[in-house]
Design a protein around this ligand. Sequence first.
Ligand code: P6P
Length: 334
Amino acid sequence: MATSLSRYLVEQQRAKSNIPPELRLLLEVVARACKSISHSVNKGALGGVLGSAQSENVQGEVQKKLDIIANEVLIEANEWGGHLAAMASEEMDSIYIVPNRYPQGEYLLLFDPLDGSSNIDVNVSIGTIFSVLKKPEHSENVSESDFLQPGHAQVAAGYCVYGPQTTLVLTVGDGVAMFTLDREQGSFVLTEENVRIPKDTKEFAINMSNMRHWNQPVSDYIAECLAGSTGPRGKDFNMRWVASMVADVHRILTRGGVFMYPWDKREPNKPGKLRLMYEANPMSWLIEQAGGMATNGMERILDIQPTQLHQRVSVFLGSHNEVERVTAMHKLKS
Ligand code: P6P
């Protein structure tokens, strides 16, 4: 008998008491929202959902129609349930406080509603990334500062990748489980649990077109990979870059690898491109829970104390020994 997401969450709570009813409701609501987003994504041109929305988000990026649709789906699915106090999204300048007409709960939900949107119009995998925090006890009226918690405070994190399969990947701090959407049943079915990333890899993911902008440790690390069996690594490497973090991370969770989006000289005041709160933190927790490692080149991403909701961070994550190596190269140069 296939294990549904609901059964997995109930049995996880029964065994480990780490998914109280309100959190289970939250995760099931997010999963239902991802099913709805998957349906819209899969329609593509037939649903009139491709192309630009002719607007910009807080990041100054042009929003795709599906970015806005996915954001609205997540807001509408979660605001009435009584499990959340507020939400934060890559697509919204400030937090969304649950309206007074609904009861407020003890959780905070953060998400990148549709990551990798530059791939939407070219039919390449994209995804939804989410992170769950608890509202601080002392907090009467929820505010943005309540969200500024380090990644190790997350109580749940995951993503849903909209690719050849629609797969939900989740951790509540007791390993990583994967659920594939059974479209005939309309439910997510457990297809992998206790996901483990190989400690070593021969595959790296980075946008090579930025090479001239990297700092020395990244240049040195990539040069070693490119030298392959003729260089200090003594083995040849392969390269992948989907330009969709969800797709790259899913590949790494599935077969290992190292993903890098480092700081570069183009905008020296920006620590990196990716956002800490709703991209790097949830993905880093998943990677660590699967036996991998995630740093900003110098420190564990999950230990970074946020100061702004939309702050960015350099990201090195994946197979433990590779991330350890490139991090050590940064520390040597610091
Ligand atoms: P570039 C997508 O826009 C994203 O935020 C991540 O999903 C992805 O890894 C990265 O940016 C791609 O950036 O500069 O290669 O297009």
